[in-house]
Design a protein around this ligand. Structure first.
Ligand code: HEC
Ligand code: HEC
Length: 351
């Protein structure tokens, strides 16, 4: 029990009718439940339950030794030409697996023209990766940054030579794969296995979903209602990782980088469409968007509230929202409940 209807009934039965009326108005907008076509708050919450295990593909199943080797490679600057930059330079655990910069900075001081995305929950996301979907899989990403000139700038051949010269790596590859061969595919498999273990920490929001009513504030619950209703955020940021993996024009980008549209020049809808990012740990990941163009969460909400640039490619879910000041601040309070504070309890699907 304890469903949405029960809550409403309980409030109607409450001795203090005046209090209930104010409470209902300020904290329980019922319209969004109907607007979302949902029967109850319980149905809605069920869509945000964390998965039972972390998925690993059959072609590259989980093993602890492989994940440990991947972790070592991920944080080793030997993977870049001048031995100064590792994957962990741009995907930093203490910066919610981003780098806190508007634009990524690799070995070339001029930097890249896009922001480093977080890797949180990357193993749960369906579909292509990268802001414009240029990568087919997590494995497929690996050598993009390694051999990228402004990124890590190391040739495949030179990388193999360097790793083969380190006895500890020869030992680790043998432990992970059964013999001492070090090649591109094994490097991809080891690093990808480690990346799939980068799972969102348990957040206050998750404890609320699991039934702890006190885990988040009334304001945050209201924000969750706006997120799924009037704000239309869940049209794209859906499910427990807060992304459906789709590419969308949210009416921000202009200029040469047309995102997914680059690969589909005749598609009107994919012009300026970028990957919908997870919102896990989002409060710790400013600045925002593929180009770091929006500095704060407040400014992100203002953008959505205004609806951005009205053009044929813009998603039909993006239009002026007419949110009140209270609705905007409650949305932000809600987004802050997505910051993980306790270790993930989700097990890896073992080999
Ligand atoms: C100089 C900073 C930088 C370094 C170093 C770097 N990355 Fe990234 N990473 C980025 C940027 C920027 C993107 C977005 C790329 C794009 O959209 O084309 C990205 C995207 C990704 C993605 C896709 C995430 C998603 O949700 O779409 C993965 C996975 C990833 N990197 C893993 C790695 C690995 C593994 C390494 C080391 C071999 C690495 N990165 C090194 C900046 C970096
Ligand atoms: C039509 C799909 C769609 C809807 C609806 C939508 N978003 Fe987004 N969201 C995106 C995409 C796509 C991006 C990345 C855009 C870019 O990089 O240029 C994004 C980026 C963000 C970011 C920045 C995250 C980061 O890591 O850079 C936040 C925060 C965010 N959205 C919150 C919201 C909120 C809150 C709402 C509701 C008011 C909302 N979104 C509605 C698709 C959507």
């Amino acid at each position: 029990m304890g469903g949405w209807c029960d809550l409403v009934t309980a409030m109607k039965n409450s001795a203090s009718l005046a209090f209930s009326a104010i409470f209902l108005l300020s904290a329980l907008p019922l319209s969004w439940v109907a607007a979302a076509g949902l029967q109850s708050l319980e149905d809605l919450k069920a869509q945000y339950v964390r998965p039972k295990s972390v998925p690993f593909p059959d072609e590259n199943p989980y093993s602890q030794v492989k994940a440990e080797l991947g972790k070592k490679l991920f944080f080793d600057p030997v993977m870049s030409g001048p031995r100064t930059v590792s994957c962990g330079t741009c995907h930093q655990p203490n910066l919610a697996w981003g780098d806190g910069r508007p634009k990524a900075l690799g070995v070339d001081p001029t930097g890249m023209n896009i922001r480093s995305p977080t890797l949180i929950d990357v193993g749960f996301v369906d579909g292509p990766l990268g802001w414009d979907g240029k990568f087919h899989s997590i494995e497929d990403v690996t050598f993009g940054p390694i051999t990228g000139r402004v990124n890590m700038n190391l040739s495949e051949g030179e990388l193999m030579e360097r790793l083969k010269a380190v006895p500890a790596y020869v030992h680790d590859f043998t432990a992970a794969f059964g013999d001492n061969t070090i090649n591109k595919s094994r490097i991809e498999q080891a690093i990808a296995t480690y990346e799939r273990t980068i799972v969102a920490k348990e957040a206050p929001f998750d404890r609320w979903i699991d039934g702890d009513e006190k885990a988040i504030s009334q304001q945050a619950k209201h924000g969750f209602a706006i997120f799924n209703g009037k704000g239309k955020c869940a049209d794209c940021h859906s499910g427990p990782s807060f992304t459906d993996g789709s590419f969308q024009d949210i009416g921000t980008a202009t200029g040469d980088d047309t995102g997914r549209g680059r690969y589909f020049p005749t598609s009107e809808k994919l012009r300026y469409a970028f990957k919908t990012p997870t919102l896990r740990d989002v409060a710790k990941r400013a600045p925002y968007m593929h180009d770091g163009a929006i500095p704060t969460l407040e400014a992100v909400i203002d953008h959505y509230n205004k609806g951005g640039i009205d053009r044929p490619s813009r998603s039909p879910s993006i239009k002026p929202l007419h949110l009140t000041a209270e609705e905007k601040s409650d949305l932000i309070v809600f987004l802050k409940t997505l910051t993980g504070d306790s270790p993930s309890k989700i097990p890896y699907a073992e080999e």
